[in-house]
Design a binder for this molecule. Sequence first.
Ligand SMILES: [Zn+2]
Length: 87
Amino acid sequence: MGICLHCGSAFPRTRRTRKYCTNRCKTNACLERKPRLRASEIEELRELLMRDFESIDGLRERLRAIIAPHLPPIPVDEGRAAIPRMD
Ligand SMILES: [Zn+2]
């Protein structure tokens, strides 16, 4: 028996399926794999190293935009983290 690397269930090990119990698990495991950074993104990160930032939040927001564009932006106001007012 083998243990599926995706869902963890036991399955009979054959020559065709060594890591995953079903083709569906193989596909899902592939889809969920973290994407690698593209060359252009690595170039942007390299530029970040050379740049000066007024605050760590400005840097965090630039990093977020490059490596996690799907996440909501970190609010930055004039280089500093924007603190929501309570009024
Ligand atoms: Zn599985």
